[in-house]
Design a protein around this ligand. Structure first.
Ligand code: ADP
Ligand code: MG
Length: 305
């Protein structure tokens, strides 16, 4: 079932086109990664989903309702955590959590206690004394204590240490197991890679890739480390071979999926002594998009000596 859908959403700030035809579709029970560098348009998209901003053009539906016109109705069923949480300075963390939970009409106090313990939060302190990480925790406890159908999380883990990052990931997976949907924006790829069923990559207001991680991996290169009995001549001249580096006795490089067979046939002629391969990482795909045309195979840097 479709929980959230945007069709050709654009957003202009004056003449500046912040979003240019954004299409997203999140189904129930799905964790959807929304990835992109700073300034790509993640938060602007999310503000439109929340009905805080009005799209210049396009359609935004959540639970089948219009994100702008039906925002009040929609908000009863969503939980939102921003990347930079501001809280009432004179309330304690616990009071703020209670307030958020009441506003959402939810009273799951067991879950609240459990999350406060897991996130190692002292709820008796005034919010003004909290670090950024602790303010993030307050918002996360409030969000995951409420029984929402859709969690919209905009870079929610900025300021959390790795241990707490892990607690956060468990919360997301719990929500998923309970059949909830999660939209998680991030520029931390490893986080998204571990949690998300699907991802959309946004850059300069445009979605440049969407799909399951498996689908996107087809676009990425396999990492190889090989050691051969004789040196491999002119490896850098082969089509589909990238980023050759010497590693002691071995060399590492990346291969385009469609050239893997040819490249391996070539390499094995020189007597394999060692072979390691690792699956393509989302990170690599991301970097290629950042690089522009993504082709840096021509330099033949290092390696073929
Ligand atoms: P992200 O969350 O991916 O880092 P944002 O959605 O915050 O990116 O910003 C996308 C672009 O839109 C940026 O260039 C930003 O400066 C611009 N922008 C965001 N909000 C406004 C605004 N209210 N007025 C003008 N420009 C804005
Ligand atoms: Mg942002």
């Amino acid at each position: 079932m479709t929980i959230l859908k945007t069709v050709d959403v654009t957003k202009k700030f004056g003449k500046f086109m912040a979003l240019d035809g954004v299409n997203l579709e999140v189904n129930s029970g799905e964790v959807y990664g929304f990835i992109g560098p700073n300034g790509a348009g993640k938060s602007t998209t999310i503000r439109i989903l929340l009905g805080i901003l009005k799209a210049t053009e396009g359609e935004v539906k959540i639970f089948g309702m219009d994100a702008w016109k039906d925002a009040v109705e929609i908000h009863k069923r969503i939980s939102y955590v921003p990347g930079d949480v501001n809280l009432w300075p004179n309330l304690t963390g616990g009071e703020v959590i209670d307030l958020f939970m009441k506003m959402r009409g939810s009273t799951n106090n067991n879950r609240r206690e459990e999350l406060i313990r897991k996130f190692d939060l002292d709820p008796t302190k005034k919010c003004r004394t909290y670090s950024k990480g602790n303010r993030q925790k307050v918002a996360l406890v409030a969000a995951f204590s409420s029984d929402a159908d859709l969690y919209i999380l905009d870079e929610p883990t900025s300021g959390l240490d790795p241990l707490m990052e892990k607690v956060f990931q468990e919360c997301v997976l719990d929500a998923k197991r309970a059949g909830k949907s999660v939209l998680l924006s991030s520029h931390i790829l490893s986080e998204v890679e571990r949690l998300c069923d699907k991802v959309a990559i946004i850059r300069q207001g445009k979605i440049i890739e969407t799909g399951t991680l498996d689908e996107l991996r087809h676009l990425t290169r396999t990492n190889l480390l090989v050691e051969t009995k004789q040196p491999i001549p002119a490896l850098g001249d082969l089509i589909g071979v990238h980023n050759i580096e010497k590693k002691d006795q071995a060399i590492s490089f990346q291969v385009d999926p469609e050239e893997l067979d040819t490249v391996m046939r070539y390499v094995t002629q020189f007597g394999l002594a060692r072979l390691e391969s690792s699956p393509p990482k989302l990170e690599d795909l991301f970097m290629r998009h950042y690089e522009g045309d993504g082709d840096n195979s021509h330099t033949g840097v290092g390696g073929e000596s």
